[in-house]
Design a protein around this ligand. Sequence first.
Ligand SMILES: C[S@@+](CC[C@H](N)C(=O)[O-])C[C@H]1O[C@@H](n2cnc3c(N)ncnc32)[C@H](O)[C@@H]1O
Length: 534
Amino acid sequence: MAAGARDGLDDESLQELRSQATRLLHKEDWAGYIGVCTRIVDAAATDRRILCSALAHRADGRARLGDLSGALADCDAALAADPAHPAALLAKGAVLRGLGRYALAADCFRAALPAGSGADDVRELLEQCRRLDAQARSGAVDLSDWVLAGFSGKCPDLAEHVGPVEVRRSAHGGRGVFAVKGVEAGGTLMISKAVAIGRGVIPDAADGGEKMVVWKDFVDKVLDAAEKCPRTASLIYTLSTGEEQEDELDVPDMALFKQEPEELGDGVSEAGGQGALDVDRIMKVLDVNSLTEDAPSANLLGNSGIINCGVGLWILPALINHSCHPNTRRTHVGDHAIVHASRDIKAGEEVTFPYFDVLMPVGKRREAARAWGFECRCDRCRFEDEDTVLRQEIARSENELVNGGEDMGALVVRLEDKMRKSVVKERRKAFLRASFWSAYSALFDNGRLLRKWGRRVPSEAVIAVSVASAVGGCESVLKAMLRGANDGNSCGNRLEVEDKVVRIGRATYGKVVKRQAMRALFRLRLEGDNSKSF
Ligand SMILES: C[S@@+](CC[C@H](N)C(=O)[O-])C[C@H]1O[C@@H](n2cnc3c(N)ncnc32)[C@H](O)[C@@H]1O
């Protein structure tokens, strides 16, 4: 390149700037790197090759700092000057991939392919984008290989997906998420990527201070994400601060949550297109809407059993209300939360998950809901509060359970006898068995109690299937089902029992693995010996 082809930059100065950029790149000093790239861009206005390469590098730097709109603008400027510029195409593909625009990203990687060197890497990126694009459309996830490898290696990348759901006004309070068609247990309703997650390894006996550090880190990350992306900020503003009148909350349009792969725009290209962040409002939104990865409604896959305190914000899942008769759970994989049906859901039914442990009697659940700031009026709570026939029995059993009555087997037998004599329907039996789950567990865990009372209560597998119909699949019920399945006195012939185990497994974790990888998933998650004989 002849000196003088660029405005005010000779070869030596250009070389010096390039060396500086390389040093800053190695130090990962992205702000400095962007500054040096800008100097090259400004000086190379008439030299297309140098200009495009500097713009592509600056796009990389901007993307590293989360300025995706700035990065895209740089890529587009480079591609306007040279539509086949390989580095600009690769940089644009990477930004679009990060934005979940997989089909458009694949177009960029495909266009960059003929460049020759590094073609295998580009082909791999192209394949990944094709896979993620298909997964974003179908919601189908297959973690079998990762599970069979014992969660070792890189956590699989997932694409966001909005399944058959819609946000509507809810009888539970404010807005809620509803199924627009029937979904069978294990089916995926949505896959959502966190705006941000704060994570920490918190020792069991940790004081609140350590949790505060994780929370502060989380809040900083959310504010940073909202600052950099107007679309993220506007999604956060759709969530409740807990201070509005519930009937005044707007019902957001579902299009907001769907990233249409064909369309670019809405906040991606409008850097700085909105006013200053409303930090106070965002802090209130986080208080009401943050979810934890170790909640009773969640499975966190791949953390190798390390005690993990992960708190995050997932926008669409944050609109899901609580019920003590819940029908979904979340499976967390990396930064993604997969929300799946934990029992069969009918079209039009509200999608709910438990905000707290619902395998407890109604009084304890009432206390937990109040700590969350609401009175739960779900069908299960109403039945347990209002049933005139069973009210006394429920109150007496709850009292015994809370005060550690002598013999949990006697409690269970009395409750089962009372339900049988009162001809209680199966659905309501399931509610009560879920409420007194700890008494049933104490009985089935204790050989002596089981010998004394076992013949007078249904088998452990029958109780597990019944409780799963009330609260959906969860690990504690799955564990009981696996143990109960080995009991000759279980719930059907071998094949029927195996089907029920698979069904509760899917209800617990979602359809994330093929059937042959399920045993491995159970073993990894439940750690006990119960699953080995399945
Ligand atoms: C994470 S938000 C759920 C979405 C919220 N309904 C909205 O419109 O934005 C949590 C809040 O929803 C309300 N909520 C959730 N489940 C409820 C329930 N079962 N009964 C009453 N209010 C509930 C409570 O006000 C709670 O603080």
